[in-house]
Ligand binder design. Structure first.
Ligand SMILES: Cc1cc2nc3c(=O)[nH]c(=O)nc-3n(C[C@H](O)[C@H](O)[C@H](O)COP(=O)(O)OP(=O)(O)OC[C@H]3O[C@@H](n4cnc5c(N)ncnc54)[C@H](O)[C@@H]3O)c2cc1C
Length: 478
């Protein structure tokens, strides 16, 4: 992992940027430590200035100043990214551009089923704004209270409802962005059909701040359904989990919005770190699935039929269906607190790879074996989005051993485990980054595992749009 070096900003240019932003529009780095924090506590960012623009015009003006003076820009939204894309790690020459003051809902249209929001809108606030109009915005993840639409689009975030609604890319109809030379690209129209050349919206989505700063977006809304059914299912293996998913699809069709896999070890971990949370089974199963469906009234009855069919086929060992919103929330709390429980338990490796659904069972078996081959006593908490083939492995020190002691006794184990998981992923035709992106953490891995054609094309696009490489230098492509 490297961070590109670029020259120290000239104080006169920094002053000019401050003048554009006004006194409330910037912070000195010493007053802004929160912009340098990594949610997993591994890295620390740096910068020469935190810019807090209040409008697209201000963003454009400071980008123009940076372009003219070759100053690097690190776009920043909620700071929840887990691959250090929002953190300049080994140089304080860049400026951070945080979109937090650009957090307005600009427009809402029930007829178009869209909401137009600024990039600094917190995801959960978009959920609330949609609900106020009896609609819903389906992008959802455990970081929803902090992450923002700009970051969600820049990382093409996934989360727990990709199965039914797609990832951030699928939920965005239009985009407004400032390109690396300061040009404002205004493509916020809610058109469903627009074949007028390259889709620039999709080029910016998933570009992790390396091709421009997203300032606003037109997001697709979905209807709120009257009935939701949530089941927590005990299973013996990921293979049984997939069979349950197939059987449930036969009964519930496209109403299924989430199929989350959890390991028994993870359930025990969450219960130990969050004493109010308990798995709802007499015995902790080897594996469990949290499955949710929403649709027309009567869904609960269809869920019961579907579960009966699963029991008849010997796919489940136990099942609990939430009978109220508070029971649903408790089941989801087990899943949503898993990343925090991993961190509290000293997870030293957190993978984010995906494989075709048909390969999940072999992928899980092979990765667990490959990790135990490296160290037989580590604990592995595997969980994630079974319905999308995106299982996260979190590797923890052996029981009773602290992370610090374990890592000092096993130098090199973090890289060894990461590469082992990547190799198994590649063997099963998967992707080394399913939903978190590349950031600064996985630039070497991208270069290693992407095809030469893909990597070269990515580099050529970057060079064409950002010839001075001022946009998030060191992220995605070195
Ligand atoms: C507890 C927890 C759970 C998570 N669960 C999920 C999950 O289920 N699925 C998932 O996909 N991710 C998940 N994440 C990762 C993270 O929340 C997502 O990547 C999220 O989309 C990042 O949004 P952000 O606003 O925090 O962006 P930031 O962290 O601020 O930035 C992320 C990247 O986007 C760039 N960027 C930010 N804003 C802009 C902008 N306006 N224009 C251009 N580039 C920009 C940054 O430079 C950086 O490269 C989780 C993280 C945590 C901590």
């Amino acid at each position: 992992m490297r961070n590109a070096q670029f020259s120290e900003p000239d104080p006169k240019t920094l002053d000019a940027i401050k003048r554009v932003l006004g006194p409330a529009g910037w912070k000195a780095p010493q007053d802004a430590s929160r912009y340098f924090e990594d949610p997993r506590g591994r890295f620390r960012g740096q910068a020469s200035l935190i810019a807090l623009p209040a409008s697209t015009a201000q963003v454009a003006e400071i980008v123009r100043l940076c372009a003219a003076n070759s100053i690097g820009i690190v776009p920043y939204s909620g700071g929840t990214g887990v691959v250090a894309g929002q953190l300049a790690i080994d140089s304080d020459n860049a400026i951070v551009v945080s979109l937090e003051r650009m957090n307005k809902v600009r427009h809402f249209s029930v007829d178009d089923s869209v909401i137009v929001v600024e990039a600094g809108c917190i995801l959960e606030n978009v959920h609330t704004a949609a609900q106020d109009h009896d609609m819903m915005f389906p992008l959802n993840m455990a970081s929803k209270g902090s992450c923002c639409i700009g970051g969600n689009l820049a990382t093409n975030a996934g989360g727990i409802q990709v199965l039914r609604y797609g990832n951030a890319r699928d939920l965005c109809l239009g985009i407004e962005a400032v390109l690396p030379d300061g040009t404002v690209l205004d493509e916020l129209s809610p058109l469903h059909k627009n074949n007028t050349g390259y889709d620039l919206r999709h080029l910016l989505i998933g570009s992790e701040g390396t091709l421009g700063i997203i300032t606003a977006a037109t997001l697709k809304l979905k209807p709120q359904y009257p009935d939701t059914s949530t089941a927590f299912l005990a299973i013996q293996s990921p293979a049984k989990g997939l069979a349950v998913f197939q059987e449930m699809k036969r009964h519930l069709g496209d109403t299924i919005s989430a199929v989350e896999l959890m390991r028994g070890l993870g359930l025990t971990l969450v219960a130990s770190k969050f004493p109010g949370l308990r798995p709802p089974f007499a015995q902790t199963p080897d594996w469990a699935i949290l499955l949710e469906a929403s649709g027309a009234l009567g869904l609960g009855d269809r869920m019961q039929e579907a579960l009966g069919a699963c029991f008849d086929k010997d796919l489940l060992t136990d099942a609990v269906v939430a009978q109220s919103q508070s029971q649903r929330d408790s089941l989801w709390a087990l899943r949503e607190n898993t990343p925090a429980a991993n961190r509290m338990a000293g997870a030293f490796c957190n993978s984010d790879t995906s494989v075709p659904l048909s390969r999940i069972d072999d992928f899980v078996k092979d990765t667990l074996q490959a990790i135990f081959d490296i160290h037989p006593d580590v604990q592995i908490n595997s969980y994630g989005h079974l319905g999308d083939g995106n299982i996260h492995h979190n590797v923890l020190p052996p029981n009773g051993v602290s992370k610090a002691d374990f890592l000092s006794a096993n130098p090199g184990i973090i890289d060894a485990v990461r590469l082992a998981i990547n190799d198994v992923t590649q063997k099963h035709n998967g992707s080394i980054s399913a939903e978190h992106g590349i950031g600064r953490l996985k630039t070497d891995d991208l270069e290693t595992y992407a095809s030469a054609a893909r990597y070269d094309t990515l580099k050529r696009i970057k060079a064409a749009l950002d010839p001075k490489s001022i946009m998030n230098p060191g992220a995605l492509i070195r």
